[in-house]
Design a protein around this ligand. Sequence first.
Ligand code: NIG
Ligand code: FE
Length: 420
Amino acid sequence: MSSKSVIINCRLVTPLGRSAQKGEAMRHLHTLDSAFVCIEDGLITATGPMSEFKQAPAASSDTTVIDAVGRALLPGFVDSHTHLVFGGFRPEEFSWRLKGDSYMSIMNRGGGIQSTVNATRLAGKPELIARAEWFIRRMSEMGVTTVEAKSGYGLDLETEMKMLDVIEAIATADHRQIDVVSTFLGAHAVPKEYAGRTAEYCDLIINQMLPAVKHKARFFDIFTEKNVFEIDDSRRLLRAAKDAGMQLKLHADEIVRLGGAELAAEMGAVSADHLLHVSDEGITQMAQAGVVATLLPLTAFALKEPFAPARKLIDSGCAVALATDLNPGSCFSGSIPLTIALACIYMNMHIEEVITALTLNGAAALGEAHSVGSIEPGKAANLLLLDFADYNMLPYYVGMNCVNTTIWRGNVVFKRDAII
Ligand code: NIG
Ligand code: FE
């Protein structure tokens, strides 16, 4: 039997389209003051003003009705960059950084990513699954309905496969409450057993890992960074991944300006992420190539680094997405409310741009803009209701969660004060 529901009396707020909105178009939201949305079998079937509601197809007695008077209805948020599967924690590193240590110096003396690799290699799948699902429940509470999850804390074939198995398990669990997109990040760091032998580790990725992971992950991602994978190694790995049929993402220009954005454009990557130190030339090339610029303000904040030049990227015609970068090192936070606050207050993004960046453009960064990211017939009924009718409350209620209800594939998966 088909399941039908309808949301009535809501203030509808959504970008429109089936691809990323670029530049100035990111500010264009479709709004209706009093609207309905019909849902059938997890898909949106109709939307419109309440004045047209009686003609809507799902307005019958076997339909669940959600009266959303006084609330804004937005597309569910898409967190398109996370490292949500990992073993251990690294609170001591955060304290060292607060006392003046740097992210790269901790990494170069064997801490950082390698420390999480050690813990993840030791962890069992059930433990990794339970922890990832704990993070996902927190995400649902903040309105996230699609999340990307990366491997990258194995750095050997066995553990990278274990991480991708964990991601597959959470993506297909009967009790799931979110869409999960998987990314292979074997090129996250050179593991300690390959220290000083970067080219050999690249050979291992190309010859042994890629053939095994190419059907288990949608994206190939790489930490293109000074003293990690520099431009030539990155190009070789990205080319091999592309030849293997994978779509590309890069951690680009995060710590130093290396030309990661230019490489993303050259390789036709779907997104380049971080971009704290992106060059003007890199911005121009990304805009021309249609690479989504995924900005991660929580990471800049937690590392006490300057924020990525969001205004310049948007004003140059780029499509900008926002994501959390939840990970145990550079950014142990998955806070959507704080992401919104930082983007509006410190990156000078308009709230309309922020909404597009967290919905449709996040979906585009995952190759899913045709299926999620806006409230339109044919797309998945991945939605959120705010506590308020005015979306300007999102940045105004600084760092606080305004999400009242999260709906994933037509089902209520979070309602304030009652997790379902
Ligand atoms: O996106 N910089 C590379 N990767 C992550 C951090 C990973 C970690 O520190 O564990 C990032 O910042
Ligand atoms: Fe990251």
